[in-house]
Design a binder for this molecule. Structure first.
Ligand code: FDA
Length: 513
């Protein structure tokens, strides 16, 4: 529902006045650029249709005072706020709202708040939230070819959202999550104050490093540790169909993917394909990054995973920054400047769901899983190992609880181009079928999920004025396990009136004294 026009005017006046902001940071539906600004970082077309609820305004902050002003004006006018950094939220929660009370909302877009300052003597960086993972990787590498950052695999993801939910990629086994490498932060709280680690206190600092974006305030910058990467890393991608022994290799991988050297990451993707005879099969693809040379890689793999039969010709040595391009499927020949381009991913309609696995899936059950995947032509599974340093970090050390004992994460992902409602229904139901069928093989009580692969089907808040901790724990414990209670208690202290609300924000739990 739109604001009444007089309120609209007052709200706009508040935004413009308090911030001394030039009017080109606030865009309303009357502005010709409104749509292009809104769409600029939307990559999931499911939430960019004519029926998708739209904000009453977009505030494109380029200074911290714009963020403060957006929070204070929105609060005093009872308008909700959606915080957007890179816009990659799977459920579009950074730019749309399905709130049942249909409150008007604004999008606070941090895309232009993106400076990165490297402190070379400390090997740290202050990164503003609107910067992308690609930009952070690029500038770390510019500082030194031995500096990198352990984040997720897609360079256009925003550091604001990703670090808020954890963040894992090819260095997760060596250095943990992106959030594990945060040492300070700046946040605008519900009262419009800018707080750092010291002034926010350790509870809030704990909560923002993995408790999911959009619940505690607006993170404007993170201070992160940059990590050591060698001059040369090695990569390989090897695919085997079922006929070529792909199933047995996956079975073996389950034993060792989490146990191999911390320098070695071997991820797996499972995809329907056609075999040489033109029949349907499954292609099991191993994609790997090793922090060392090809010689060392071959030694490590022939010791821990000899069945893979890895040979020198399968492997390529490159710089760490080129491996960032390699995993993003960017052509190496185009060079690393592409990491600064901020060119959005190709847009499509997509849905994702996730699971964690603690016990090996028995060999004889794998065929059943491959059958379901073959029935659904488009769903693919992206499977990423844990283990390594993840086993050494306490499960309460950040809100992300999947540490010792978790072997791997599965992401079910499906994307499509057809904009019809039928296409969308068909794809979503195929995905649900596989997810349901997987129930016996994945973590239980609760069945876990990764907050950065946001999935509103596991449960959500109803509306802002009526969130219930006891209702929310049903889905909240799936993301955060026992850490959910502490998250809700922190929320009860820092935002008791639930201003920072969305469909899966942490509800305030207020303990009576
Ligand atoms: P976006 O701006 O949409 O924000 C996501 C959520 O955080 C929203 O709820 C938003 O309100 C909130 N938020 C954003 N900025 C905030 C801020 N400054 N302060 C407070 N709250 C804020 N993940 C991973 O771990 N490893 C991977 O390899 C990948 N790969 C990947 C590929 C692709 C193509 C996609 C679409 C996504 C991934 N992800 C991933 C998941 C990704 O980490 C997740 O979607 C992040 O939340 C996206 O962060 P953005 O800033 O881009 O999103």
């Amino acid at each position: 529902s739109a604001l009444s026009s007089s309120m609209d005017e007052k709200f706009l006046k508040c935004l413009l006045q308090d911030s001394n902001a030039p009017s080109d940071i606030v865009f309303t539906k009357e502005d010709t650029e409104f749509s292009s600004v809104l769409q600029s970082t939307i990559i999931n077309l499911r939430f960019s249709t004519s029926t998708t609820p739209k904000p009453v305004a977009i505030i494109k902050a380029s200074k911290y005072s714009h963020v403060q002003c957006a929070v204070l004006c929105s609060k005093s006018f009872g308008i909700r706020i959606r915080i957007r950094s890179g816009g990659h939220d799977y459920a579009g929660l950074s730019y749309t709202s399905y709130d049942n009370d249909q409150s008007p909302f604004v999008v606070l877009d941090l895309k232009d708040l993106r400076s990165i300052r490297i402190e070379s003597s400390e090997k740290t960086a202050w990164v503003e939230s609107g910067a992308t993972i690609g930009e952070l990787s690029y500038w770390a590498y510019q500082e030194s070819q031995n500096l990198g950052f352990p984040a997720g695999i897609c360079p256009t993801v925003g550091v604001g959202g990703q670090i808020s939910g954890g963040g894992f990629g090819t260095m997760v086994r060596k250095y943990g999550l992106a959030a594990d490498n945060v040492i300070d932060a700046r946040i605008v709280d519900v009262n419009g104050r800018i707080l750092d680690r010291k002034s926010m206190g350790e509870d809030l600092f704990w909560a923002i490093r993995g408790g999911g974006g959009g619940s505690f305030g607006v993170v404007i910058a993170w201070k992160v540790n940059l990590v050591y990467v060698p001059n040369i890393v090695s990569v390989f991608t090897l695919s085997k169909t079922l006929e070529e022994g792909g199933s047995d290799l996956f079975h073996k991988w389950q034993y060792i993917g989490h146990e191999l050297s911390q320098d070695l990451f071997i991820g797996v993707s499972i995809q329907p394909a056609l075999n040489k005879a033109g029949n349907k099969t499954i292609q099991v693809t191993f994609s790997s990054m090793f922090l060392g040379t090809v010689d060392e890689l071959i030694k490590t793999v022939s010791h821990g995973f000899p069945e893979l039969g890895l040979q020198e010709k399968d492997c390529t040595e490159m710089s760490w920054i080129d491996s960032v391009l390699y995993f993003a499927n960017y052509p190496l020949a185009e060079g690393i400047n592409v990491l600064r381009d901020r060119t959005p991913e190709p847009r499509s309609y997509f849905i994702g769901k996730s699971d964690y696995v603690k016990e090996l899936i028995p060999k004889e059950r794998l065929d059943e899983i491959w059958k379901w995947c073959m029935e659904e032509n488009n769903v693919f599974l992206v499977i990423e190992p844990h283990g390594g340093i993840m086993d050494e970090i306490e499960e309460t050390s950040t809100p992300y609880p999947y540490r010792k004992g978790y072997l791997y994460n599965i992401q079910y992902f499906e994307n499509w181009e057809d904009d019809s409602v039928e296409a969308s229904k068909k794809h979503i139901s195929g995905m649900r079928m596989i997810y349901e069928n997987m129930t016996p093989y994945v973590s239980k009580n609760p069945r876990s999920a990764y907050v950065n692969y946001r999935d509103l089907e596991i449960g959500k808040n109803d509306n802002a004025s009526n969130t219930s901790y006891l209702e929310a724990i049903k889905w909240g414990s799936k993301y955060f396990s026992d850490n959910f209670k502490r998250l809700a208690m922190v929320k009860g202290v820092v935002d008791p009136d639930n201003f920072f609300y969305h469909e899966q924000s942490i509800p305030p739990l207020i303990m009576s004294k």
